[in-house]
Design a protein around this ligand. Structure first.
Ligand code: ADP
Length: 263
């Protein structure tokens, strides 16, 4: 276990003696360290595609100048790298927004089934391109107090991951069920996204929602991942006073379950 460092604030009392206040510095230090890590990660994640772009620009100005086939090939890679930077910035902005709003509980009621139908419609094409079939099972309507855009983002991130890591030619099941969860104060909705793909080794599960944590760094990058999707999901679910559960078995598949209070 680590040492605990305290900052002691000493205030003289009227008359005799002093009052002592102890502040746990290890927690403050930890928060500072996390922020430093985050800035270092962001810089690294942005610099990698930028370095590639600058390299290809040099090549296009020089060696590849008079070779149309090479030019097209390099431009295609440049487009992919620029797209990656764009996605990273979009994810950083979303994350910043949901972290800032975490204490504000959404008050509007929205139908999660409609949102899930929308997310499935949006991703049906991407899924089909990967040979993946999306299957939604849900009641007609389930209303919960929620931010519609944010719940759509949760659904899209989870379904996108299931498509990305779920393996070609397989199915992704999206299920919505009305339920009752005492810990959430009664009526709730359970949203689960299940894939039958590569699965995640147990050692990674506790850290999966950390910013930039990837179970398989190479694979995530190859698939165009930013490493922020599940961190965004976690913060949105927290903001809705819900729960996120991740179950997975290596080689069999994964299930991501979101519970949201419906009352
Ligand atoms: P990424 O942009 O890398 O997909 P996420 O935050 O969405 O970032 O996910 C973090 C990591 O969790 C991924 O890099 C991947 O290793 C793992 N992961 C997420 N969803 C799945 C899934 N359905 N199956 C297997 N691994 C997954």
């Amino acid at each position: 276990s680590r040492d605990t460092i305290y900052r002691v604030l000493v205030t003289p009392l009227a008359g005799e003696g002093v009052s002592l206040a102890f502040e746990d510095m290890s927690e403050i230090e930890q928060a500072h360290a996390m922020r430093r890590d985050f800035v270092a990660n962001v810089s690294h994640e942005l610099r990698t595609p930028l370095t590639a772009l600058l390299g290809f620009i040099e090549t296009l100005k020089g060696a590849a100048r008079d070779d149309p086939a090479a030019r097209l090939r390099f431009l295609t890679i440049m487009e992919r790298e620029a797209t990656r930077m764009n996605r990273l910035i979009a994810d950083l902005l979303s994350l910043g927004k949901v972290e800032a709003e975490e204490r504000v509980r959404p008050s509007q009621r929205v139908d999660v089934v409609g949102l899930a139908q929308g997310a499935v419609a949006t991703l049906r094409g991407v899924a089909a391109a990967g040979g993946v079939d999306l299957a939604l099972t849900a009641p007609e309507r389930v209303e919960v107090p929620a931010d519609a855009d944010q719940i759509t983002q949760v659904l899209q991130n989870l379904i996108e991951n299931a498509i990305k890591y779920g393996g070609a030619g397989k199915r992704v099941d999206i299920e919505i069920v009305r339920t009752d969860v005492a810990a959430l104060g009664g009526p709730a909705v359970r949203i689960s996204v299940t894939d039958f793909g590569e699965g995640i080794a147990a050692i990674h599960l506790p850290r999966l929602t950390e910013r930039f944590y990837r179970a398989d760094d190479h694979r995530s990058r190859e698939k165009g991942g930013t490493g922020l999707g599940l961190a965004i999901v976690k913060h949105i679910v927290q903001r809705h006073r819900g729960r996120l559960k991740i179950e997975s078995e290596k080689g069999k598949g994964s299930r991501f379950t979101v519970l949201l209070p419906a009352g």
